[in-house]
Design a protein around this ligand. Sequence first.
Ligand code: SF4
Length: 236
Amino acid sequence: MVAMERSAMRPEQPRPEPPLLAIYGALLEAYGPQHWWPAESPFEVMVGAILTQAAAWTNVERAIGQLKAAGAMSPQAILALAEHDLARLVRPAGYFNAKARKLKALCSLIVDRFGGDVDAMLAHDPEELRRLLLATYGIGPETADSILLYAAGRPYFVVDAYTRRLFARLQVRPPGDTYGEWQEFFTARLPRDASLYNEFHALIVRHCKERCRVRPLCLSCPVLPLCPTGQGTVST
Ligand code: SF4
């Protein structure tokens, strides 16, 4: 009796954080391997990483198709184009004038710093390459890490708006909200493994497009057993 009273008075314990690998496993089981990044070459990955900024992937694919049809899927070919012609080719991806400028800045980095050799660039020391990318016009941490992970195969966890939305709802998140804090949160809890980071990010994107949308579809969600937000939604 005394023991029961003590336990009844015990303050509620904080809910234990589900391990990231359990969330990863549930997503992988639900959706299967995503085979990212959808591209024919590492350079195309880099181009896609810039074009996908604030753009739907279907529109990025149209822009990439136009670049290929124009024979412009190389750093040298992009630099040889007039900026307004490049902007016309990437128009389907939106913000086409800015994106043309960004593509030219990336290609200038490849040509000026690495003699136009994409493989040499991607084999460069990854921390130094990250610094060079971040110093390039139009490349922020999400784009830089997408290039490092998906073009260079380096273990840099990519954080995007989908990542923030999903893990905020799962209540598995850092106390702060900067890119660096989010990235550190994941890298401190996961093995430093590029293929794991590759698949995990792709699954997060797939899941947020299909189920954990702005208005989430929690009833059919494969991570509902791990998600306090979803459990609160379906029980009301
Ligand atoms: S249960 Fe709902 S809120 Fe939670 S991850 Fe799934 S879809 Fe998102």
